[in-house]
Design a protein around this ligand. Structure first.
Ligand code: GDP
Ligand code: IMO
Ligand code: MG
Length: 429
């Protein structure tokens, strides 16, 4: 029995939350290791829908849920999300929830800066979630972040606030904004500190204990490989590493702990925000995918851009992230199409490419080469076993795994937790 690391293999919103929730009942701990509340994970259990942005998806099954050091944490959002979940009957307490004391905080000044930059960029904007993720990671790497552990030492915060505010006041002045109101910030931190500190601890120690006891850990990635700050469609990316390797650094366990890497892959492609998208469909088919797949962002409510499955991108993501097997999600959204298409390569200025090049201009210029297959008229929606799938849908799955050079471990056929087909158990690997 090993650990499992779940990552998104496209541009996010692949259905990670649903799969993590499904796997969580068999895990002893679920750990978030990067990103923040830019994530939006929707879980459907019977009649109830849960929307999580910051808390690990394991919290709904009551599994020990941990926010690792690699996450950037907005304390006010944390409070809100806990209250919302508690109102839905989910238990969140110091027994089943912990936060790394070394997490960098997202402050109101980070949200301000995110918004100011996006507004100033006009049509060149990244299309961020506006939650201050990028500015918070910048301050962490710039060694001027306020961290969770600082909340227990607010009387000694003055030198750190000096450094942080000197930096932000200069940036704010450039945007014609007033300096940071330090007194107000300190008062807000004093007010929120007890909420965060109730869960704060050296989680690496807790995880060491969990691991020693032979327990199974499920690492829950946010976003997707194509939004990774190194490997994604830079600069239209998020500000963290979203690849599987981050699970170790972002939680305080060694690289051998990541175990089976489960890449979550949507049966077609979506993207929210700006940036290149080779198989994007601006026509009725794209519209149909969006409607059938209910492709609206959980965090911002923005319409997601939709297109055919891009095997080139997913093959690249699987290689970069060392994916052991994939969970293919939203197969049901393709039900009823006469023909379906898969992108198998790109054309760029007369050359054929089998990968997405690094330069933004090249990424924007590549033209997809498609392979067309017959669709299926039967339904996959709600299927819970391989035998329930139409033969042509199985052909599609087989062609996908062949092209991405990675086997399918799970298939998801609806938002509902139990509408999931297990092909190969990641925990048994
Ligand atoms: P995440 O960010 O990767 O967790 O994905 P999101 O939750 O943002 O987006 C995935 C959406 O698709 C959610 O609304 C899920 O409820 C839904 N979903 C997940 N798996 C399936 C599936 O197999 N079929 C359908 N139709 N919807 C799914
Ligand atoms: P989950 O975990 C889809 C996108 C934003 C924007 C870019 C940078 O639900 O899959 P940021 O606010 O992170 O600085 O925005 O990244 N983005 C996501 N897209 N799913 C997500 O998370 C995302 N988190 C960020 O739309 O293009
Ligand atoms: Mg999402």
């Amino acid at each position: 029995m090993g650990n499992v690391t779940v990552i998104g293999a496209q541009w996010g919103d692949e259905g990670k939350g649903k799969i993590v929730d499904w796997l969580a009942s068999r895990a002893d701990a679920v750990v978030r290791f990067q990103g923040g509340h830019n994530a939006g994970h929707t879980l459907v259990v019977g009649e109830t829908t849960y929307k999580l942005s910051l808390l690990p998806s394991g919290i709904v099954t009551g599994t020990l849920s941990i926010i690792g050091n690699g996450v950037v944490l907005d304390p006010w959002h944390l409070k809100e999300e806990i209250a919302k979940l508690e109102a839905q009957g989910v238990r969140v307490d110091a027994d089943n929830f912990a936060i790394a004391d070394s997490c960098a905080l997202i402050l109101p000044l980070h949200r301000d800066l995110d918004g100011l930059r996006e507004t100033a960029a006009g049509t060149g904007k990244i299309g961020t979630t506006g939650r201050g993720i990028g500015p918070a990671y910048e301050d962490k790497v710039g060694r001027r972040a306020i961290r969770v552990c600082d909340l227990a030492h607010l009387d000694a915060l003055s030198p750190q606030l000096d450094r942080l505010c000197a930096h932000h006041d200069a940036l704010r002045a450039g945007f014609g904004q007033p300096p940071v109101d330090r007194a107000a910030l300190l008062a807000e931190l004093r007010d929120i500190a007890p909420t965060v500190l109730a869960y704060a601890q050296p989680v690496w120690k807790r995880l060491k204990k969990v691991r020693k006891a032979g327990a199974r850990i499920l690492f829950e990635g946010a976003q997707g490989v194509l939004l990774d700050v190194d490997h994604g469609t830079y600069p239209f990316v998020t500000s963290s590493n979203t690849v599987s390797g981050t699970a170790a650094a972002g939680s305080g366990l060694g690289p051998a702990s990541t175990g089976f890497v489960l890449g979550i892959v949507k049966a077609y492609t979506t993207r929210v925000g700006s940036g290149p998208f080779p198989t994007e469909l601006a026509d009725a088919t794209g519209q149909r995918l969006g409607e059938r797949g209910r492709e609206f962002g959980t965090v911002t409510g923005r319409k997601r851009r939709c297109g055919w499955f891009d095997a080139v991108l997913v093959r690249q993501s699987c290689a970069i992230s060392g994916v052991t097997g994939i969970a293919l999600t939203k197969l049901d959204v393709l039900d009823g199409f006469d023909q379906v298409r898969i992108c198998t390569g790109y054309r760029l200025r007369g050359k054929i490419l089998d990968y997405l090049p690094a330069h933004a201009a090249d990424q924007a210029a590549v033209e997809p080469i498609y392979e067309e297959m017959d669709g299926w008229q039967g339904t996959t929606a709600g299927a819970r076993s391989w035998a329930d799938l139409p033969a042509q849908a199985i052909k599609y799955i087989q062609r996908v795994q062949e092209l991405i050079e990675t086997p399918v471990a799970l298939v998801s056929t609806s938002p509902e937790r139990e509408d999931t087909i297990l092909v190969r158990d990641p925990f048994d690997d």
